[in-house]
Design a protein around this ligand. Structure first.
Ligand code: TRP
Length: 364
């Protein structure tokens, strides 16, 4: 990673963060943050975007802003190294979205696969709120206002990044080189790309009740792991089992490292050996689940402990967010100055404008 990289990403505050967020993006952000190989790192809570499909639930969004901030800090995001802020407090993002709206067609938005599925999930087919429909445009503003080069997100955000890149190209070709085309940074491990829910359904989601939250107490995590979806045909210990589509193994792919075997399951060297035994037959689900539980507890315990500490000083969390918003706003404001100049709407700080107009009117 090069020093001139600007990393930016965010989450909608519609619930506490879960281990899908952790595997898909949070863990990576903390690693990136700790390498220090970047110019700037912005992490934000996308409350304005959350309101595009929760317009009638402002209290829910407000409550979850602090939950997400606590989850960030608990995972190790450090406000000394990254700027953590709240989207709605940066009015420049609305301004930029408004100009971007001229650069995107309705049919282009209709083709966005993420928006398409979300419209179905929310039963919006017959009455799509304009703000929701246009959120890919506002997301492009989130990214470009900070000149982000690198956006670590899950696979489901790929269409958003593509939209942002198109907008940047269009903007720069009309108004001149101003904005930066961002790159997506996906998790390198396939299991982390899209961690399924504990019920084996394709995605962890609060509405399906199939999430393990970062803040779940240890006994809850254990309970959820014990009732996880495995291979429905693996009825007896001696039966051969399948590891593909077996959620317990998918989670192990995402979270387990070789050293976990030494600590908790020394009969095996690594995950391949464990999988081979399961596929041969003779390995019971409970044993694998107990191992996964040990791995998850080891991963989550430090996060839970840090969260408890941060919960003791809530005013300090809001103060951290306020400072983050201030810093983020400075950056976004500087970009908007350039945007307005490129778009020729900088009437009061363009030294040549008045001279040009005098010249023009004196000729008539
Ligand atoms: N859409 C993202 C999500 O649902 C949140 C988000 C909003 C975002 N703006 C962004 C992510 C900009 C990356 C960059 O999680």
């Amino acid at each position: 990673m090069k020093k001139e990289n600007i990393i930016l990403t965010g989450d909608r505050p519609t619930g506490k963060l879960h281990i899908g967020h952790y595997a898909g993006s949070l863990r990576r952000r903390v690693e990136l943050q700790d390498t220090g190989d970047y110019k700037d790192m912005f992490i934000f809570i996308a409350d304005a975007q959350a309101l595009t499909d929760n317009m009638e639930n402002p209290e829910k969004v407000r409550q979850n802003v602090i939950e997400v901030a606590l989850d960030y800090l608990a995972c190790g995001l450090d406000p000394m190294k990254s700027t953590i802020f709240i989207q709605s407090q940066i009015p420049e993002l609305c301004e930029l979205s408004f100009y971007f709206m001229n650069l995107v067609t309705v049919s282009r938005l209709q083709r966005n696969p993420t928006v398409k599925t979300e419209i179905q999930m929310r039963n919006f087919e017959t009455s799509i709120p304009v703000g929701f429909f246009a959120y890919p445009i506002s997301q492009a503003a989130d990214i470009t206002a900070f000149k982000a080069t690198t956006v670590p997100v899950g696979e489901d955000q790929e269409p958003m990044l593509e939209q942002a890149r198109e907008i940047v190209r269009r903007f720069n070709s009309i108004y001149g080189e101003t904005l930066v085309e961002p790159e997506i940074l996906l998790p390198d491990n396939a299991a982390c790309l899209r961690l399924p829910g504990t019920d084996g359904k394709s995605k962890m989601s609060k509405s399906l009740g199939n999430c393990i939250y970062l803040s779940d107490p240890a006994d809850q995590v254990q309970k959820k792991i014990r009732s996880m979806f495995t291979d429905p045909d693996h009825l007896h210990v001696q039966d051969p089992g399948k590891v593909e589509g077996n959620t317990v193994f998918t989670y192990l792919d995402a979270f387990c490292r070789n050293e976990h075997f030494g600590h908790y399951l020394p009969e095996y060297q690594n995950l391949d050996e464990l999988k081979a035994h399961y596929m041969r037959g003779g390995l019971g689900d409970m044993k694998v689940k107990n191992f996964l539980n040990s791995v998850m507890q080891e991963t989550l315990e430090p996060i839970r402990m840090r969260r408890k500490e941060y919960e003791k000083d809530i005013p300090a969390i809001y103060e951290m967010l306020r400072k983050g918003c201030e810093k983020a706003r400075e950056t976004a404001a500087a970009t908007l100055d350039e945007v307005r100049r490129s778009m020729k709407i900088n009437y009061f700080n363009d030294a040549e404008l008045i001279a040009e107009q005098i010249e023009r009117f004196s000729k008539e």
